[in-house]
Design a protein. Sequence first.
Length: 325
Amino acid sequence: MADSSLRILFAGTPDFAAIHLESLINSKHSLIGVYTQPDRPAGRGKKLTGSPVKQLALEAQLPLYQPASLKGTDQQQQLANLQADVMVVVAYGLILPQSVLDMPRLGCLNVHASLLPRWRGAAPIQRAIEAGDPQSGITIMQMDAGLDTGDMLATASCPIHGDTTAASLHDELAALGAPLLLQVLSDLQAHQQGARQQDDALATYASKIQKQEAEIDWQQDSLTLDRRIRAFNPFPVCFSTLRGERVKLWQAQPVAGAAGDQGRAGTIVSADRDGITVRCGSGCLNILKLQLPGGKPLSAQQMLNARQDQFAPGQQFQTILRDKP
């Protein structure tokens, strides 16, 4: 039997979460409160800025809570007093203690941007692209005390293509997740009764992205570098150093074997309107969009119009940070 309107608490922080919150706002369910992380410094002025979820909650005039933690007695009592049927958690970023997981009548649900158990952890979108996975997806799971280890209530999948970036996959998964969440909530108890356990043996940890990972190691093969560039677009954006300047690489294509014997890895072997081709450990990488410090991302043709000498064949990209002990 389908559930009627549920009393829902929502917990989330970034844009991905806000898209799901908006779907709940427009649903038949009753949103009794929204939890999001405290305001953080953002932008060049480091001004305290509310999360996308906070901004949407304020627009919708929803009760808003921003505790630094949910481990304290006062915070937990406040949450308990709301008497939620279910708590929906989407990229919240704070740990929910077992006592919080047990508070809502129907428990806590998580919308996770991976086909569990493939990628558990903080960066499933980026790690799936970086690893060359053929597909990704959304999993709605019943939360338990583990890291993304709860029973699965529903999944939806989508392919990862050769031009898929973290930005495009983020948007596609958000578009999948919001309706899937509503589908689960429309008959939550039936989905809970049919929940599937995860196979822990198939799990991989999607570790948080570190900025130093974004530096290109030209000794790697061109396919690996292409995947990393797409995985780290739009953050933190891959980079390399050329003639003392950090060059951000926004878009590239692997070119198997093309001009692969001309110079050391990192050497520019050709530069024209079709791209700036750089030798890798295996194959070449054709850079299509790049950015210099203080400038905007430009196509290869636009960059060559302005800085042809810097990107002339024979110039070599350097690896700086990765070479440091």
